[in-house]
Each structure stands twice: as structure tokens, then as C-alpha cells.
Ligand binder design. Structure first.
Ligand code: CAA
Length: 260
């Protein structure tokens, strides 16, 4: 794929998307956002994709935020359009029919943390620094950070991070439930690949339904969310993979899922 600032590679069923603009610490300008959108579309169009890892190039940053140089002179209308594009890309990530993993290998600030928050799982290197520093620029997070951070760690902690604008290290991120694991820098990507490949062995339609039900259910009253689960559970019994999964268990062999 010939994009300038985003690369997409496949390792069997695992797609690896890398934001590759290290000179600006992988900051998201309109072009990077557009290319990321394209890369996610291509990963989704690839029928064999079962999991996706998102990371940043250069060893220093995951993504250091939306591009401040580009935003500096925005009018409110331009800011609205830029925010809409950011929200659309984050929503696309969330709606992918397979799990996504943020491999946070350095600065994940502003739009960078917002991107990581739109992934299903987040692992951090011990070099990672995570935060929403927008108020230091006299703006607020614009790609969903106020809402996704609050949902991830609760209102109180989200307020502290957003109001102070200060970044936290990986250990603190793990302590507050923002990161699953803190890994030595060089072990981060291998660990994320290991998780992704484990996920890739599971029933793909079940993964997609589990993701959908968790995502949609989080915003619903428990009764309605449980109903969503009940419907999705039943739906899966109409799939070949469910028959294969249960037959394989009873026959004491590995299941061979077909995404059918
Ligand atoms: N936008 C544009 N350029 C950026 C950038 C950003 N968010 N972050 C870093 N860069 C650029 C720097 O301008 C610098 O470019 P030059 O070499 O051309 O001067 C280059 O990347 C390297 O950065 P630093 O020299 O600043 O590196 P450092 O190690 O001294 O500091 C840092 C690293 C603490 C991450 C610092 O770069 C920084 O604070 N970056 C901005 C972080 C930020 O505020 N992010 C939020 C942006 S607003 C947002 O994201 C809004 C939203 O929600 C949509």
C-alpha cells in the first residue's frame, strides 16, 4: 500500500497499522487521519483479518496528538470539520468487526491517547506517557477523549487528567485501568502480537458479536444490554463455526473456524 504516513502490514490474520510520521512524533494532521481511515478500511476489507494492532513509528511516540501546527489557525468551522473527521476515524476503529490493540510505545497525548482509547485493548511500554494536554493549548480533547477517557477510568480520574493536562506514566496508567500491562519497550510489540494471534484462533463471528455487544451495551441500561447479549448469543447458534467449535471440543481437537 502506498500511503505516505501510515503503513499496513499483515502477519497472517493480524494486521499491523503503524503511524509513520516520526519527525512530528506521529502527530495527526488531516492527511494522516485520512490515510489512517484508508488503512483501517483496507484491513477490514481483507477477509482474513482477525485482529489489528495499532502503533507508532520511531521509538519515541505512539502519537503525540493532533497536529498543532495545522490546527493553530483553524476557524471554528475548520475545527468542527477536523474534529468530525477524527471522530469518524475513531468510530471506524470501534466498529471494526475484529478486536484492535493499541501498542502504546511512547507519547500518547491528546489525539494520540484518543486513538488508543478507541482501540479495544491497550498495552504500554515502560517508556509510554499518556495524557490529554489540550487545556494547555486552551482547547479540549476533540476526538472523543472527554467521553472515552471518562468511560474508561471514571469521571473523577478523567477530570484530573483533563483539567491538569499532565501526562501519566505507564505504571500509573495500569494502576487506573487505562493500560492492561506495562512491558519493556522491546517486548511491547511481540506481546501485542502474541495476544493478537491468540485472539485470531477464536471464533471470528463470536469475537465480532462480543465486541459489538460490549460496545453498544456500555451505553445502555443493563436490562437492554443483556437483551442485546441474549440476541447475539442466539444468533451465533445459526453459524457453522458454533457447530465446529462445540464439535471440536467434544472430539478433543482444535477447531477450524471459517468465519461462517
Ligand atoms: N503537533 C505537531 N507537531 C508536533 C506535535 C503535535 N501534537 N508533537 C510534537 N510535534 C513536533 C514538534 O513540534 C517537533 O517538531 P520540530 O522538530 O519541527 O520542532 C517534533 O515533533 C519533536 O517534538 P519536540 O521537539 O517537542 O520533542 P520533545 O521530546 O521535546 O517533547 C512532547 C515531546 C512532550 C510530546 C512534545 O512534543 C509535546 O508536548 N507535543 C505536543 C503534545 C500535545 O499537546 N498534544 C495534544 C495536541 S492537541 C489535540 O490532540 C487535540 C485533539 O484532541 C484533537
Amino acid at each position: 500500500m502506498t500511503l505516505e504516513f501510515v503503513t499496513l502490514a499483515f502477519d497472517g490474520p493480524v494486521a499491523l497499522v503503524t503511524i509513520d510520521r516520526p519527525k512530528a512524533l506521529n502527530a495527526l494532521n488531516a492527511q494522516v487521519l485520512q490515510e489512517l481511515d484508508q488503512a483501517l478500511g483496507l484491513a477490514a476489507a481483507h477477509a482474513d483479518t482477525r485482529a489489528l494492532i495499532l502503533t507508532g513509528e520511531g521509538g519515541k511516540a505512539f502519537v503525540a496528538g493532533a497536529d498543532i501546527a495545522e490546527m493553530a489557525q483553524y476557524t471554528p468551522a475548520q475545527a468542527l470539520a477536523f474534529s468530525a473527521k477524527g471522530h469518524q476515524v475513531m468510530a471506524r476503529l470501534e466498529a471494526l468487526p475484529f478486536p484492535t490493540i493499541a501498542a502504546v510505545n511512547g507519547f500518547a497525548l491528546g489525539g494520540g491517547l484518543e486513538l488508543a482509547l478507541a482501540c479495544d485493548l491497550l498495552y504500554a511500554s515502560e517508556k509510554a506517557k499518556l495524557g490529554l494536554p489540550e487545556v494547555s493549548l486552551a482547547v479540549i480533547p476533540g476526538f472523543g477523549g472527554t467521553q472515552r477517557l471518562m468511560r474508561a477510568v471514571g469521571k473523577l480520574r478523567a477530570r484530573e487528567l483533563i483539567f491538569t493536562g499532565e501526562a501519566i506514566d505507564a505504571a500509573k496508567a495500569k494502576e487506573i485501568g487505562l493500560a492492561l500491562e506495562v512491558l519493556p519497550h522491546d517486548a511491547l510489540l511481540p506481546r501485542c502480537k502474541e495476544i493478537a494471534h491468540t485472539i485470531a484462533t477464536r471464533g471470528p463471528l463470536a469475537l465480532s458479536q462480543a465486541k459489538r455487544v460490549i460496545e453498544a451495551g456500555a451505553d445502555l441500561p443493563l436490562k437492554d444490554a443483556n437483551e442485546l447479549e441474549r440476541q447475539a448469543f442466539a444468533l451465533l447458534f445459526g453459524t457453522d463455526d458454533q457447530k465446529e467449535g462445540m464439535r471440536a471440543f467434544l472430539e478433543k481437537r482444535k477447531a477450524a473456524f471459517k468465519n461462517l
